[in-house]
Write a protein that binds this ligand. Structure first.
Ligand SMILES: [Cu+2]
Length: 82
C-alpha cells in the first residue's frame, strides 16, 4: 500500500482548520484574522466565531505557527494534536 511521491506531487499549499475557544463576536474575529494574516506564509484565511480555515504555504509556515499566533492574540486553540 505504499505510495511513492515525486517532488512535484508534494503539495506546497494546504488548507488547515483550527478550532478556537474564547471567541464570541465580530471583534474577536477581527483580532484572530489580523493575527493569522500577519504571518509569513499565510495565503488566506476565513475566520468565524469558534474556528478558522487558513491556507498556508508549507515552505514558509506550519499549522503550529498559525496556532501560536491565535494563542498570542489571546485565544485558545482546541485543535487536537495530530
Ligand atoms: Cu469578541
Amino acid at each position: 500500500m505504499s505510495e511513492i511521491k515525486t517532488a512535484s506531487e508534494i503539495k506546497l499549499t494546504s488548507e488547515i482548520k483550527i478550532t478556537i475557544g474564547g471567541m464570541s463576536c465580530g471583534h474577536c474575529i477581527g483580532r484572530v484574522k489580523k493575527a493569522i494574516d500577519a504571518l509569513t506564509g499565510v495565503e488566506g484565511s476565513t475566520v468565524e466565531v469558534g474556528s478558522a480555515v487558513v491556507r498556508i504555504n508549507n515552505a514558509k509556515t506550519t499549522q503550529k505557527a498559525v496556532e501560536e499566533a491565535v494563542k498570542g492574540a489571546g485565544y485558545e486553540v482546541k485543535t487536537p494534536e495530530h
